[in-house]
Design a protein around this ligand. Structure first.
Ligand code: NZQ
Ligand code: ZN
Length: 387
């Protein structure tokens, strides 16, 4: 393993009733003016919005409403939120939703404290913001684990880049699995696959070989798979959803990245595919992973073979590492189909023209942490195989 420093400041409230418990404990530390941020309206339909507003107003807070945060949030929306936060002199941002709401708020929090445009500040000048409006997260949809870190993925619609920003790290997060029961089945499964993807992208990073980080990682992958199968049969299983909410947090709280350089090549391809097609994150990953891994397995057969045996139960007896690895990838693909997730762009009903795929291949970030650094033509080939 590489040397590491690990510091974990997010206070997590987990379990049924965690939202109320978190608000009761945190309200006194939230200041007078709270920005209540949310997505396209599910929080209003489920009653979560009313419950939160009641708590906030009951504690004498002034509530600034910031709704309409779309899936795959845009840079423009972040700027709208930052301007509102400044104008209303917001003391605290309360983000209620999934990854899109959290990511948008992380950037709102940083941009509101910056005089310069945050995109130029981070992506051109290479600086990292250091002042933030404090924020907390109420998780209504798990999968991204975005409530556990300070990374944000934001789409600039003008430049067609879905890029990473460093934003605020939430000071606390409420993970109440019961709040996820209203998430539509396909969306919940897509989120759960995103968690599996985060695990895989960390496991296949370097250095490879036996270490405690990878051992924990493989255990979480097995847990995700087992519980996705339970939810596939019994959509409202609170027990299985609870496990998956915790898996989601574990995959992105840094534990699985300790002592490793992670890769996230599948994510980099998906993000750009999403920037051009506005499609669902977890579903895009489900399509991309098997095709990508068939290209990468020959470069790291031992690591892939261990994963195939331990996670997917491939019998390795009498077979070479690469054969075992490829069998594992076949099982991953079969699992994706079994879970009702798409296995091709055609199944997603999304644009997979040569022109679009070429743009994605030419603009996605190429990482080097997983087995090998891909060339753009190979990314294009992988995307063709996803059709
Ligand atoms: O917008 P509303 O109406 O709230 O509906 C949402 C949305 O349509 C709905 N939803 C959420 N909670 C619900 C619910 N519907 C019913 N009941 C509930 N309790 O779910 C839909 C999807 O929400 P969204 O937040 O877009 O999904 P997700 O959590 O998958 O987030 C995706 C975004 O996160 C980024 C992705 O790229 C994408 O932009 N990611 C962020 C990461 C991070 N910061 O660490 C890591 C990830 O790899 C990912 O890249
Ligand atoms: Zn993801």
């Amino acid at each position: 393993m590489n040397s590491f420093t690990y510091d974990y400041p997010v206070r997590n409230y987990f379990g049924e009733g965690a939202m109320d418990q978190a608000l009761d404990a945190e309200l006194a530390r939230m200041g007078e003016t709270v920005m209540l941020a949310y997505g396209g309206g599910s929080v209003k339909r489920t009653g979560v919005y009313d419950r939160v507003v009641e708590k906030l107003t009951g504690a004498g807070k002034r509530v600034v409403d910031f709704g309409g945060i779309m899936s795959n949030p845009t840079y423009e929306k972040c700027q709208e939120g930052a301007a509102l936060a400044r104008e209303e002199q917001v003391d605290f941002i309360l983000a209620v939703g999934g990854g899109s709401v959290f990511d948008c708020c992380k950037v709102v929090s940083a941009q509101a404290m910056l005089d310069e445009d945050i995109e130029g500040y981070e992506h051109v000048q290479g600086k990292v913001p250091s002042s933030f409006i404090p924020m907390g997260c109420i998780v209504t949809l798990s999968g991204t684990g975005a409530e556990q870190n300070n990374g944000a993925v934001i789409t600039n619609e003008e430049t067609h880049v879905k890029g990473a920003f460093v934003g605020a790290l939430p000071t606390w997060a409420a993970l109440d699995p019961a709040l996820t029961l209203t998430v539509p089945h396909a969306q919940f499964m897509s989120g759960a696959f995103d968690t599996l993807s985060h695990c895989m992208e960390s496991y296949f990073g370097s250095p490879r070989g036996r270490n405690v980080t990878d051992d924990i990682n493989l255990a979480i992958q097995k847990n995700v798979i087992r519980n996705m199968r339970v939810v596939a049969e019994d959509d409202q299983s609170l027990e299985a959803r609870s496990e998956l909410v915790y898996d989601s947090a574990m995959a992105e709280n840094g534990v699985l990245k300790i002592g490793k350089a992670t890769d996230f090549q599948a994510h980099m391809i998906q993000h750009q595919y999403g920037a051009y097609t506005h499609t669902n994150h977890g579903m895009g990953l489900a399509v991309i992973h098997p095709a990508l891994y068939r290209h990468l397995a020959p470069e790291a057969p031992e690591q892939f073979a261990r994963w195939a045996s331990e996670v997917w139960g491939v019998d390795a007896a009498g077979k070479g590492d690469l054969a075992v690895a490829l069998e594992g990838i076949d099982r991953l693909q079969a699992f994706i189909g079994e879970m009702g997730l798409p296995t091709s762009f055609a199944e997603m009903g999304s644009d997979a023209s040569d022109e679009t795929l070429r743009k994605v291949a030419d603009t996605c970030v190429l990482t080097g942490g997983c087995a090998k650094k891909l060339k753009r033509d190979e990314v294009f080939q992988i995307l063709i195989e996803c059709r």
